[in-house]
Design a protein. Structure first.
Lengths: 126, 125
């Protein structure tokens, strides 16, 4: 049985910090767990930190997009942060542009982006 | 890699681009985005004599990779002949921002990063 990726809650944002290279089983578990947690905590945002991820394949790349779509269905916006150059190049070579997934350079910038878009959503004058 | 402003880097390309060289540029630029924490990048191709389908493909890949990392990348310095070539080759740059001059691209990048420009610059921005 593969390790489960921990999902942490900070306010109304869920933080998924992926610390190891993911195998397929772990990604499927993450998808299940995250969907359940978003509903249980009524989270408004999800930040997936992939700073430590060095290797991705097409399955993991597609799952990132799927997870983002699932979260959006549950009204939580997803930001993928900390993607390494090598990972970005790999995904591009695989033909995955992750359309619809928001990205940010660092965790800090990802949280700022979430805050901005939430401000824009709740404040019609913004 | 040239730092133009806080959070804006430029990559002036000079000379013919081939696959190997473009890969190096791509990796260096993406690493520079992380090292400097920049959210805007400009690839300036003023010094590139010709653009073929392969070079265009590499440029597109670089821009998409930068987007994946959470940065925005625009392409500047497209000369009239190159614009004609790209259109004639049927290459679609999609929603990628392209500007004629580096100045235009910098103005765009500053606007996107929320810098207020005053005076005559502001009028064109």
């Amino acid at each position: 049985m593969s390790e489960r990726v921990p999902i942490l809650q900070i306010g109304d944002v869920l933080l998924v910090s992926i610390q190891t290279d993911l195998d397929d089983q772990a990604v499927v578990h993450l998808q299940d767990d995250l969907a359940a947690r978003v509903v249980a905590t009524e989270a408004r945002g999800v930040v997936i930190d992939i700073t430590a991820v060095e290797i991705v394949d097409s399955f993991v790349g597609r799952m990132l997009a799927t997870i983002a779509s699932i979260s959006r269905m549950l009204d939580a916006e997803t930001v993928v942060v900390g993607m390494r150059p090598a990972v970005a190049i790999t995904l591009v070579e695989l033909g995955l542009s992750l359309g619809g997934v928001r990205t940010a350079l660092s965790l800090e910038k990802g949280l700022q982006a979430l805050e901005r878009s939430r401000g824009a959503r709740t404040d019609p004058t913004a | 890699m040239v730092k133009l402003w806080d959070g804006v880097i430029a990559v002036p390309l000079v000379g013919t681009l081939d696959s190997a060289r473009t890969m190096v540029v791509m990796e260096k630029m993406l690493q520079a985005l992380i090292d400097t924490g920049s959210e805007q990048a400009i690839i300036d191709i003023t010094g590139v004599p010709a653009v073929d389908t392969q070079v265009a493909q590499h440029l597109l890949k670089t821009v998409v990779a930068a987007r994946l990392m959470g940065a925005e990348c625009s392409i500047s310095g497209i000369r009239p002949q190159i614009a004609q070539t790209i259109v004639a080759l049927g290459i679609d740059f999609g929603d990628i921002v392209t500007k004629a001059t580096l100045a235009d691209a910098l103005r765009h990048a500053l606007k996107r990063s929320g810098v207020e420009l005053g005076g005559r610059d502001g009028r064109r921005a």
